[in-house]
Design a binder for this molecule. Sequence first.
Ligand code: SAM
Length: 238
Amino acid sequence: MDADHLSKRLAAVASYVPKSARIADIGSDHAYLPVYLAKRNQIAFAVAGEVVDGPFENAVSEIAAQGLTDKIDARLGDGITVLRPEDRIDTIVIAGMGGTLISDILERGWQHLSGQERLVLQPNVGEYHLRCWLADHQYVIMAEKILKDDGHIYEMMVAEKTTQPITLSERDARFGHYLLANVNAAFVEKWQHEYQRNERVLTAMGHATDVPLHKQAALTAEQQLIREVLSDASTTLN
Ligand code: SAM
């Protein structure tokens, strides 16, 4: 992958950035995403945020090599705390890390958000946690996608702040409202895999002593939910 050839995953993330946006790409690594968007005149301005020296240096070099220092500013620091009011950021991208880390980054940088920003998030794991965090902080999910890229299955979501309290059903939190409404092969593969993994855990629990009963019950309930969703999905896909 490079800035001219994004992975299928990162290209899908890029597709959720509105035209002429002012973006913050947090955890930018090589800054491939903002460079890709800037080269196509898709964005007006970008901050490429990185907390680790090596990836930050990669971002600085990539932006300079592409002649984009006037449009993309690489900044070293934790999450969205690198942003300033004068950046007038309207889109925050956080991709390629766990859902808990993404929500921690949003939580820690809370005072740097205006509440007007579109969030484009791509958690590698921990989607359930992230959806619950978004609902608790009055972010409504506007779009979701699940896809397979290079043998891995990835989810992504777009969220915007609302004034209304949000109630999220267990199904929507776990599977994603829009993913449930548009089931595809990647969705089915992911949940078949989760189901089999949970079965192995339940079997191990069955042989163990002192297993917390609430954990066993929670996993059994999740398995029931996955069975129902996969059964609905097979009706939809066939
Ligand atoms: N966003 C790119 C993508 O999706 O391909 C790169 C993902 S890379 C796996 C995750 C990057 O996030 C790493 O470069 C890491 O240093 C950076 N990162 C992790 N925690 C961070 C934080 N609190 N603030 C800024 N960057 C962070």
